[in-house]
Design a protein around this ligand. Structure first.
Ligand code: PLP
Length: 458
């Protein structure tokens, strides 16, 4: 029996030098993105006005299995990676479970999350192309912070549209984004047509990732030398995040371990897609059959209660149409405390894998999530982000099932980030004012009714 350390760090030399493109091993690829005006598949060139060229190429590349990580990005990664694979010995003990619980901790950088893995790649390719500024949206603020860090490293001006309810819940996000020279705007705002339209309809809206995306895309296409970058959902982002899974798999191999269950929270799907990538490869190629579980908030249940349909990626209906599990781009989830999980859609790659039966999904209510978060914090000394705590909840539930059955399953989950900017959320849990809001079937039906009508398709 190998002695299992509490924390396993790979060496710099053991870090992956290539990202893994999950699409190359999928039996069927996700359906193509469609141009919303013509309903024809979008080409790589069609994406150039929105995305920088290399990223548009990665977005459309469904066949290259491994893609070299440019050396500059590898060097940047080394400032905060490899991230540790941690064995949750104390949590296991507290639960009294025979399960072996591992987690990959991505919160050990200033952005506080896995988002920096893709932010630095996107800023690098933008700089390489000679672009002069970038725009983006952010929900919880981690992505905006990560991109501000990456842009300041490359001296690229950045405008961040932050979902209004998160902007108000987390004033220090503004300060940190500004520390890295980012310009931050609460969304919806009156600075764009998309924002003004949304505000006209509902002046008191708390905003959503979908609204913020509309504003950022509009800014990109109306500003010379500016492009839009996105921290989740897209194929290119899942590609960059594959570093999480590749490192995890190498570390587990060193311990002679292999997960029976892999669990990740799912907002737009980037951490989950990255964590599961090499394990899903094993599943797709018949080498192993781990259970893979996506965990989403009950207030924004795109996989568990959504439709698999073509939809806009944003509320303002300006982006291409993607086929994905969606609650309808007009759906505005209740203002819960996991801003990074308040997105109406889901990565088309993960949506396809879920649709084809390769993964499962569960939804959890936020009070149950914070119960898990506080238990985890006390046992493992890491204060988890509310988003990450969705995965903790599901990992604990699986470990408790093992306690009942006596099975010593190996569970791996993604601990995507820290929750230091989410203390309002922790306070509301601790003082008993936190509530759970779950959309009714009628509310969901109303949003489904607004899905785009595409002749011959839907
Ligand atoms: C800490 C953290 N975890 C998870 C997510 C969810 O995003 P994704 O589904 O793209 O991993 C976010 C998004 O902001 C986040 O900040």
């Amino acid at each position: 029996m190998k002695k299992i350390p509490h924390r396993l760090y790979l060496t710099e030399e053991q870090m992956p030098k290539q990202w893994y493109n999950l699409r190359a091993d999928m039996k069927e690829l996700p359906d193509p993105m469609l141009n919303p005006a013509t309903f024809q598949p979008v080409s790589e060139e069609d994406l150039y006005p929105i995305f920088c060229k290399q990223l548009a190429h990665q977005e459309m590349d469904g066949t290259t299995r491994y893609i070299d990580i440019p050396e500059e990005i590898q060097d940047f990664y080394k400032m905060y990676r490899p991230s540790p694979l941690i064995r949750a010995f104390n949590l296991e003990k507290a639960l009294g479970t025979p399960a072996k619980i591992y987690y990959k901790f991505e919160g050990n950088n200033t952005s506080g999350s896995h988002k920096l893995n893709s932010a630095i790649a996107q800023a690098y390719y933008a700089k390489e192309q000679g672009l002069t500024s970038l725009t983006t949206e952010t929900g919880a603020g981690q992505w905006g912070t990560a991109l501000a860090e990456a842009c300041s490293y490359y001296n690229l001006p950045l405008t961040v549209y932050m979902v209004k309810c998160s902007y108000e819940q987390k004033p220090f996000r503004k300060a940190i984004i500004e520390t890295f020279d980012g310009h931050i705007v609460a969304s919806p705002s009156s600075t764009t047509n998309a924002g003004r339209k949304i505000l006209e309809k509902d002046p008191n809206t708390t905003g959503s990732l979908g609204c913020a995306i509309s504003e950022a895309v509009e800014k990109a296409v109306t500003t010379e030398g500016c492009r839009y970058v996105l921290g989740s959902v897209l194929n290119q982002v899942l590609l960059h995040q594959s570093i999480i899974g590749l490192e995890s798999k190498t570390a587990m191999e060193m311990l002679d371990e292999y997960p029976d269950i892999v669990i990740g929270c799912a907002g737009g799907g980037s951490n989950l897609g990255g964590l599961i990538a090499p394990f899903m490869q094993d599943k797709l190629t018949g080498k192993a059959s781990p259970r893979i579980i996506a965990v989403e908030p009950a207030s924004c249940p795109s996989l568990t209660r959504g439709r698999y349909a073509y939809d806009f990626c944003d509320t303002g209906r300006v982006t291409p149409l993607a086929r994905m599990y969606t609650l309808g781009c007009g759906f505005i989830p209740s203002a819960n405390h996991a801003g990074g999980l308040r997105y109406h859609g889901m990565s088309p790659i993960l949506s396809k894998l879920y649709h084809d039966g390769y993964m499962e999904a569960v939804s959890v209510e936020q009070t149950k999530v914070f119960e898990a978060a506080t238990l985890f914090a006390k046992q493992e000394t890491i204060l988890p982000a509310p988003e990450s705590s969705h995965a903790i909840r599901a990992a604990i539930d699986e470990a408790l099932k093992c306690k009942e059955t006596g099975e010593a399953k190996t569970i791996l989950f993604g601990l995507t980030g820290t929750g230091y900017f989410d203390m309002n959320a922790y306070s509301s849990y601790l003082n008993g004012t936190m509530t759970d809001t779950v959309p009714t079937d009628e509310e969901l039906e109303k949003a489904f009714g607004e899905l785009p009508k595409i002749p011959g398709i839907q």
